[in-house]
Design a protein around this ligand. Structure first.
Ligand SMILES: Cc1ncc(COP(=O)(O)O)c(C=O)c1O
Length: 500
């Protein structure tokens, strides 16, 4: 018989009163727990010896209670596998109706009105539902080619660190991160991204989202003004909203964020959030002139620059562009990176390069949030980086994504030429397909989601009224068949949305 494995027993309270003998109290407790559904059919119960020890009573009353429960069919025993709750319970019909927690909540809200939340809590709940993120189908943004991940190498490294782990892997760790990992990240960033930093400046986070959150907490007070790209990354918007910052949307054109607009409108801004290497979502690269202008403005005005370098490992046409952080001479740039796209998102590892004078504040904020990231995965990734697997994986993925990008642009060209104008396909793992003016991209995305396709509407990336509608299409996680099939489903979705 298939049994539920040993599980937790709800607390048993016994009254020390003479009139109800202990064996009877135990019998009643088990019967109630079984008929009330707290103990499930097939669930293993403790042995009489263990239960007596746990309850600090003699074994006799436990034996008495179990004997009766067995005789009445509430419990059953199997040779060699102990005692379990019976599969079919005699007075099944006595089972209490399951209390529906949602109904209870509904009643409370009806009686007493909406429950009190902070202003920021309310602002977060006003974010619209995003049905296009409910599936992992074709065009899901930020999804790498998981089936091409070197899982054998990875598993060996995980086994290496978990077989006989030293104390350091299992105990509490440093809020800034695992030292060898921070050293490996600093070496990598110096060599590949032109980032100037020491390992002591690296704060390991659970992805760039936490890095944004911590940066916002450390750098901003409620009502402080933050310039963000328009259109821009909604996750950054959320992080700034949670600290009560005031957002100033700044237009993005083919040279990236319009820095002249920052100079003009953002005189008292405390920070600028920017994706200079590969603007999200449009895909443009910030020009060298604008980079210098932005750094000079930040140095003059004392503002922080939060540089989100989320996918710069993948450039196809031109050579990688060095980071803003590497050009900064005033320690104004907070540089954020992630392993979500080059490894896999569920790893939840990213980092912030923190100016030296802010290291204490960032470490304290991380400590207050969730203390530190899993040391095991930091140690495994350190070896993955140090032993050359990381560089090899990136090289392979660059070729694969180049191929997938070509398949996608060809499929758009042959099936949706009159519906989608491709922009921003030179780097990263996504591109944008602009829809004809006036098209409703949210309606298209909703329809595509019903067909298992995940296409983010461009309008979701605007804080103000969107000037263009379009679809953000990720191509990292879809093979050529899925891409071609996805485009034909997308074409149908655009056609159907136009008929409404
Ligand atoms: C621009 C940008 N920044 C940050 C992130 C968040 O990544 P992470 O998984 O590291 O939190 C994403 C994810 O899609 C992104 O597109």
């Amino acid at each position: 018989m298939k049994r539920t494995p040993a599980s937790y027993l709800p607390p048993i309270t016994l009254q020390d009163r003479e009139e109800i003998p202990i064996y009877r109290q135990l019998y009643d407790w088990f019967r109630r727990a079984i008929t009330g559904g707290q103990l499930r059919p097939g669930q293993r119960v403790p042995s009489t010896r263990n239960l007596a020890t746990e309850l600090k009573i003699s074994r006799m009353p436990v034996l008495g209670a179990f004997e009766q429960l067995l005789a009445e069919g509430y419990l059953e025993t199997f040779v060699g596998s102990g005692t379990c709750v019976a599969r079919s319970i005699p007075d099944d019909t006595l089972r209490r109706p399951v209390v529906n927690a949602r109904n209870v909540l509904h009643e409370i809200v009806k009686k007493r009105g909406p429950r009190r939340l902070s202003r920021r809590g309310v602002a977060l709940t006003h974010l619209p539902a995003q049905s296009w993120l409910d599936n992992l189908g074709a065009f899901r943004v930020s999804l790498p080619a998981l089936d091409h991940f070197p899982i054998d190498v990875w598993s060996k490294l995980v086994a290496r660190h978990s077989r006989r782990p030293p104390k350091g892997i299992m105990a509490y760790g440093d809020a800034m991160g695992y030292q060898p990992f921070r050293e490996a990240i600093a070496d990598y960033l110096g060599a590949v991204r032109g980032v100037r930093c020491e390992a002591s400046q690296i704060l390991v986070t659970t992805g760039s989202q936490q890095a944004l959150q911590i940066s916002a907490q450390v750098l901003l007070n409620p009502k402080d003004r933050v310039c963000i790209e328009e259109p821009g990354y909604p996750g950054a918007r959320q992080a700034f909203i949670t600290v009560g910052a005031q957002l100033i949307p700044v237009r993005v054109d083919r040279d990236g964020m319009n820095v002249r607009e920052i100079v003009r409108r953002g005189r008292d801004a405390h920070a600028v959030y920017v994706t200079p290497s590969h603007q999200y979502p449009i895909g443009v690269t910030m020009s060298a002139a604008r980079r210098m202008l932005l750094l000079n403005w930040a140095a003059r005005s004392g503002a922080w620059i939060i540089e989100d370098d989320y996918d710069s490992e993948y450039r196809f046409g031109s050579r990688p562009i060095a980071s803003l952080q590497g050009l900064d001479t005033d320690e104004r740039v907070i540089y954020i990176g992630t392993f979500s796209k080059v490894m896999f998102p569920a790893l939840r590892l990213g980092y912030v390069v923190v100016p030296k004078d802010l290291v204490r504040a960032f470490a304290a904020a991380r400590d207050a949030a969730d203390i530190f990231s899993s040391t095991l995965y930091q140690a495994v990734l350190t070896d993955f980086l140090r032993e050359g697997h990381f560089a090899r994986h990136i090289r392979r993925m660059r070729m694969l994504y180049l191929d997938r990008r070509k398949t996608l642009t060809n499929a758009i060209d042959s099936q949706m030429k009159d519906m989608l104008e491709v922009i921003g396909a030179e780097a990263g793992m996504h591109l944008v397909g602009l829809l004809p003016r006036g098209a409703n991209d949210v309606a298209v995305s909703r329809m595509a989601a019903q067909r298992g396709i995940s296409a983010i509407p461009l309008s979701a990336c605007y804080l103000t009224l969107p000037t263009r509608s379009g679809l953000i299409l990720g191509y990292g996680g879809a093979n050529s068949h899925q891409i071609r099939d996805g485009i034909s489903k997308l074409r149908m979705s655009v056609q159907r949305s136009g008929e409404r």
